[in-house]
Design a protein around this ligand. Structure first.
Ligand code: ZN
Length: 283
């Protein structure tokens, strides 16, 4: 299944994509896509719904983040060999983790805010994992049953805040709109091999990132099991699995950063494409 949430910010309703690519309304079937509705058993029941009998979502309706109530965002840094090389670092010996504020989550076509002093605004297309059932100190082979699905994400980063303003990564990673997710939450049965998916990002029509999840240092199941040793993963939690080479900071000649008016598109094969405009932060 490809699950969506549609409607205005903060008032999104659940839906899904039908076999013909149309948007269908699940309001009368499930309360929302979040928490216990992401459990594998709940998703199995949802998969039995007669999709073509569901009401259609009106054309032009905004798509929001495809999951509600995300409790935490856990990110893995330097998790692609080619990205580690471009920033002049060794691939880490074990996963490097940081957290991103959940208030940074936005929809796949929303504007990305450029704060008045944001001078090094950068992109990071990433494969996102949504947790389906609680994972506490699980083994790697148990990880698949704890995953509800995958989505396209962009770990938007203000590099000056991230690296030049003291402290850890948190400041540079957490501004509103710095975590667009979607357009869809795609269940694992729809993906032949999650560790062999092309992913890319494009700025103003120029391809900047063009990688593959096959280049990850630590794979999806390793990441879920590893994180669950340090913190309990709850249904709806989001893991960002790192970005391939081609971020703005790594461009030659460069660096290249985003400013208001720029267009940023990104996608992971099979998980859908995001399309954003950079907008001056509303005051
Ligand atoms: Zn990242």
């Amino acid at each position: 299944m490809k699950l969506i949430r549609f409607g205005e910010h903060g008032a999104e309703r659940p839906g899904l994509i039908d076999a013909a690519g149309g948007l269908r309304d699940l309001t009368d079937v499930v309360a929302d896509h979040g928490g216990s509705s992401l459990h594998p058993d709940a998703l199995a029941i949802l998969a039995e719904v007669d999709v073509m009998a569901l009401p259609k979502v009106p054309a032009g309706t905004r798509l929001g983040p495809p999951v509600s109530g995300i409790g935490k965002i856990v990110c893995i840094g330097l998790n692609y060999h080619d990205h580690a090389r471009e920033v002049g670092k060794e691939a880490p010996a074990e996963p490097m983790l940081f957290l991103k504020a959940t208030t940074s989550i936005c929809g796949p076509f929303d504007g990305i805010e450029v704060a008045p002093d944001a001078a090094k605004l950068d992109w990071e297309v990433e494969l996102g994992i949504i947790i389906g059932q609680r994972a506490k100190a699980i083994a790697e082979q148990e990880a698949p049953e704890h995953i509800a699905g995958f989505l396209t994400a962009n770990d938007i980063s203000e590099r000056a805040w991230q690296g030049e303003r003291a402290g850890q990564f948190t400041k540079g990673k957490s501004h509103d709109t710095f975590c667009p997710i979607g357009p869809w939450l795609v269940t694992p049965d729809e993906i032949a091999d999650v560790m062999n998916l092309p992913l890319w990002a494009e700025v103003n029509g120029t391809t900047m990132q063009n990688g593959t999840t096959a280049d990850m240092v630590f794979d999806v199941t390793t990441a879920v099991a590893y994180i669950s040793e340090f913190m309990t993963l709850e249904p709806g939690d989001l893991i960002l699995t790192g970005t391939p080479a081609g971020v703005g900071k790594g461009q030659t000649p460069g660096p290249v950063y985003l400013s208001a008016g720029d267009r940023l598109r990104c996608g992971v094969e099979g998980l859908g494409v995001q399309d954003h405009r950079m907008i001056a932060r509303p005051t």
